[in-house]
Design a protein around this ligand. Structure first.
Ligand code: 5GP
Length: 122
């Protein structure tokens, strides 16, 4: 499956669609989710064209991976989530119900989020 450059996050990276940005460097962009599931809900994406964690981890340069990893930690800390806690989620593919086919991590926090996987999920 090839990368679909018409996806919404690709448009955000290109500046064609606005976002509520919380962090940016040469390789990484982070912005608030348009439909937050928790009081703090930020999406962190590489600027490069990667669909999934597998794609990113196998195809991205060491520099991109390093920048992404450092950015995720910095963003969680800057959002004030390190002490109370937070959850990082990466959805990929059908079973995880990935909506946007551009690799991204969700950083969620700001409340007690309960157990990771709920027994009765719909
Ligand atoms: P996924 O299910 O692919 O892991 O999550 C995609 C996320 O992107 C969803 O939480 C959704 O609310 C968010 N999203 C979809 N379109 C937009 C958009 O145009 N702007 C922002 N900021 N978030 C979006």
């Amino acid at each position: 499956m090839s990368y679909d450059s018409s996806n919404i996050f690709a448009k955000i990276v290109r500046g064609e669609i606005p976002c509520d940005k919380v962090y940016e460097d040469d390789h990484v962009l982070a912005f608030r989710d348009i439909n937050p599931q928790t009081p703090t809900h930020v999406l962190v994406i590489p600027k490069g064209e990667y669909q999934s964690y597998v794609d990113f981890s196998q195809q991205a340069s060491d520099l991109e991976i390093l920048a992404f990893t450092r950015a995720v930690g910095r963003i969680a800390s800057d959002l004030g989530l390190d002490e109370p806690g937070y959850r990082i989620i990466a959805n990929h593919g059908r079973d995880a119900r990935q909506e946007v086919p551009h690799f991204h991590l969700h950083i969620c926090g700001g409340e007690d989020m309960g157990r990771m996987i709920k027994p009765n999920r719909s």
